[in-house]
Write a protein that binds this ligand. Structure first.
Ligand SMILES: [Zn+2]
Length: 418
């Protein structure tokens, strides 16, 4: 299986004065150690070691220097002089990622300062790179070297990540769109049409939706109760276990969605474009909105990376009216109850229909109607083992990147969510 490598960029959110100072100290010590070892023309690890041992740096930064300086001074690179600013490199053992979905910033990154001392930062990822973070967090991608850098007064962590991705099948294939509706009543609803365009039996994950709702509710009830007793540690431990259970459900459902698609001939998984979902859905209270956004984004990202692992392409479509239109005639219908769609068109055979399945079919059909955002004209084929050493986190390596890239493009239909 070819491996694809990508640089993930996380913005370290507003470090306070203390943390800012520590980052600066780390960066300064690193620049000095690098400069000194470079000036001494160290061509071996042990020569670098003799120099960097004096510096107040973590072992992860020192080890990265031991790998880096001999490259600079040796035959492979042979640089005459160093540029002004170098990102601080760390070997991968030094960096940790944590996910705390109940917090305002979901992701946290651990940056080593010097031995036995590290700092945690809330970190904002590039939303397009969410599938990569999910894969890293689940252990399905491998972390490589990491770099800390400052740009325009802001601090960033660049993580090199790699994972195995199955090659896509030929580009002139007749694809079968498999519609995936991520919802509230059902966590996910999956449906596709057979070769005669007849809807197949859907998969509706409604039990999982109530499990997730229950776990969330338990978390918030328990948190309120424990907060009154000021038991922060218990909240944290208890909370972690609840979120892990939700995470587990989401991993299982996303895996099953991909497994269903694998049963279909030449499947393409079609999801709603998250960018529009955020604008399109009336979530109510802030907390609900945030949690919904979290579950949506997580499912979306996990389905995407698991599909890519098996070589199934993923496309996104504009979600406008996917739950309001009739999948048979295209007319706008009504939703007398949460789970029911009613077509108002007298000419149409659809009277009442399961609302989430209707939406999943609309999502699948938008792929065929040309509203999707995936390019299949990849005549260059799979680029294996791409390695982007670029410091730009948005740089693209393999063709897989175009899936996530598609999410930021404007919809081809040019219609905004209403
Ligand atoms: Zn209809």
């Amino acid at each position: 299986m070819p491996a694809v490598t990508k640089t993930l960029e996380l913005h370290l959110i507003d470090p306070n004065a203390h943390k800012e100072r520590k980052l600066r100290e780390t960066s300064d010590a690193y620049q000095q150690a690098l400069q000194t070892a470079f000036n001494a023309n160290c061509t071996t690890k042990s020569a670098v070691n003799d120099i960097v041992i004096e510096y107040d740096l973590s072992g992860y930064a020192k080890n990265a220097l031991k790998q880096y300086v001999p490259q600079l001074c040796g035959d492979s690179y042979d640089a005459d002089e160093l540029h002004d600013e170098h990102p601080v490199k760390f070997t991968n053992e030094g960096i940790r990622l944590d996910h705390q979905p109940q917090n305002h910033y979901e992701w946290y990154a651990k940056i080593p300062h010097h031995d036995d001392y590290h700092l945690w930062f809330p970190a904002a990822p590039n939303p397009e790179q969410r599938p990569w973070l999910e894969a890293l967090h689940a252990g399905d991608a491998e972390m490589g070297e990491c770099r800390l850098l400052e740009r325009n007064g802001k601090w960033y962590l660049h993580i090199t990540a790699s994972r195995e991705v199955e090659a896509l099948s030929a580009s002139d294939t007749e694809w079968t769109p498999v519609g995936v509706d991520i919802g509230d009543a059902a966590l996910v609803t999956v449906c596709h049409r057979d070769e005669r365009s007849t809807p197949t039996a859907p998969d509706i994950y409604s039990d999982e939706a109530s499990q997730v709702r229950h776990l969330r509710k338990t978390y918030f009830t328990a948190t309120r109760r424990l907060q009154r007793r000021e038991s922060e540690r218990i909240i944290e431990e208890y909370g972690d276990s609840l979120w892990e259970r939700i995470d587990h459900i989401i991993h299982r459902v996303s895996r099953q969605v991909v497994e269903r698609a694998q049963q279909v001939e030449n499947p393409v998984l079609v999801l709603e474009n998250l960018q529009y979902i955020r604008e399109n859905i009336d979530y109510g209270a802030f907390m609900n909105r945030r949690l919904h956004g979290w579950a949506f984004a997580k499912l979306h990202a996990q389905i995407q990376y698991k599909a890519e692992e098996t070589g199934i392409p993923v496309a996104t479509v504009n979600p406008r009216n996917t739950s309001k239109e009739c999948h048979a005639c295209g007319e706008l219908g009504t939703r007398p109850e949460q789970g029911t769609f009613c077509c108002m068109n007298d000419e149409c055979w659809v009277g009442e229909y399961q609302a989430d399945v209707n939406a999943a079919l609309n999502i699948a059909d938008r792929y065929r109607s040309g509203e999707s955002q995936l390019q299949h004209n990849r005549d260059s084929g799979q680029k294996a083992a791409g390695d982007d050493s670029a410091t730009d986190g948005a740089s693209l390596t393999g063709p897989q990147d175009s899936h996530s890239e598609g999410e930021t493009r404007p919809a081809t239909s040019g219609t905004n969510a209403s």
